[in-house]
Design a protein around this ligand. Structure first.
Ligand code: TXA
Ligand code: MG
Length: 337
């Protein structure tokens, strides 16, 4: 077993040295913490799949500190893509491009002819990549299937003893992962909703995006391979409570012979029954997105909690990304009275 070291931002030179030795280092971004390894070191990348327990056909994001670094690997970068880079990088937008043959291993791309590239806002992480002088892979730094980590403590909880270190730069800001757009086809396709909204992207591109994200069967090859796997799921069953249904949901909860977790936004006027425990999601969809994964993890560690009731938001703006994650954690189950 490895001893997992916690690095302060001032200690990233050491952390970069570990990356260059093929070790795994978790890093902060504005969305969630990522699990870093030298993207050009096949053995190091293989260890990322092992540490996370991630299926090997689910490719990894390549995290870069500059567009020049990306251009060593990516090709066919359209005018539209250049506009997106100019407007949203560094930031929570991941872009899928064709790759120059032979530049990235199958272990990174899962055998696809494309790869997903991201330049995060977090300056400590961009400096870490500059110091390492190689791009780093960056899947979320959680055990596969669990909610993504929004603090260094979450990473430690899942990966202690499996990775060399974690660069701790405090809680992340956004709380849900980046928006992913496939830019390798003529019509840009949204593969995963995130902090950069469809409206913001369409405003920059001056055209409508393809948002057709159909559900993928187990035997199909999905566009974003990660979409087919169980995600963000705590041990308890999550039920989504829509606006106007909280009174009925709390009445139902009170009658249950088990403990229930309540993740609610804007508590005003609601009385929490005795068998229920509250996790406050904050005042609005922005705060709720920031707190969602922490709430799911909070209740996951309490083995007596059998159900989690969680607030649903309207599917517009950031609400699309929030509901995408919440629906996955709930297996699409809503509270119905
Ligand atoms: O905000 C984020 O994007 C975070 C931070 C750490 O950067 N990372 C993250 O990585 O969410 P991960 O691995 O948890 O999710 C990446 C998704 C997966 O669903 C994967 O299947 C998809 O990106 N993906 C990776 N390469 C792809 C490609 N070439 N084409 C389509 N989808 C791809
Ligand atoms: Mg993930």
């Amino acid at each position: 077993m490895l001893i997992t070291k916690i690095y302060k931002p001032a200690e990233i030179k050491q952390a970069a040295g570990e990356l260059n030795k093929g070790e795994l280092i978790a890093f902060p971004t504005e969305t969630v913490y990522g699990l870093g390894a030298d993207a050009t070191n096949e053995l190091a990348v293989k260890r990322v799949y092992l540490a996370k327990g991630r299926p090997s056909d689910n490719p990894l994001i390549v995290t870069v500190s500059s567009t020049e670094m990306m251009e060593q690997f990516a090709t066919d970068i359209s005018e539209d893509a250049k506009k997106l880079i100019k407007n949203f990088w560094p930031g929570p937008l991941t872009l899928v491009f064709n790759i120059k043959p032979g530049t990235l291993s199958k272990t990174v791309t899962g055998g696809l002819k494309t790869a997903a590239f991201r330049m995060p806002q977090n300056e400590v992480t961009r400096r870490l990549i500059e110091l390492a002088q190689v791009p780093i892979v960056g899947p979320s730094a959680n055990s596969s299937g669990k909610p993504s980590p929004t603090t260094a403590e979450h990473v430690y909880h899942d990966l202690e003893g499996k990775i060399a270190g974690i660069v701790d730069d405090g809680p992340t800001q956004v709380g849900v992962e980046s928006t992913i757009i496939d830019m390798s086809t003529d019509k840009p396709l949204i593969l995963r909703p995130g902090a950069v909204t469809v409206e913001e992207i369409e405003a920059v591109l001056q055209k409508q995006l393809n948002t057709d994200q159909h559900k993928v069967g187990a035997d199909e090859t999905p566009k974003a391979p990660g979409m087919k796997y169980k995600h963000y799921a705590p041990d308890a069953q999550v039920l989504i409570v829509e606006e106007g249904k909280w009174d009925a949901a709390l009445t139902w909860a009170k009658k249950q012979p088990v403990s229930i977790g309540i993740m609610v936004s804007n508590m005003q006027g609601k009385t929490i029954p005795e068998n229920c425990e509250l996790f406050d999601l904050g005042d609005d969809v922005k705060q709720a997105s920031h707190n969602l994964f922490a709430g799911l993890r909070y209740f996951d560690d309490k083995k007596d909690i059998k159900w989690i009731l969680a607030t649903g938001f309207a599917e517009e703006g950031l609400g699309i990304a929030y509901m995408n994650r919440l629906k996955k954690s709930a297996g699409d189950q809503f509270f119905v009275d």
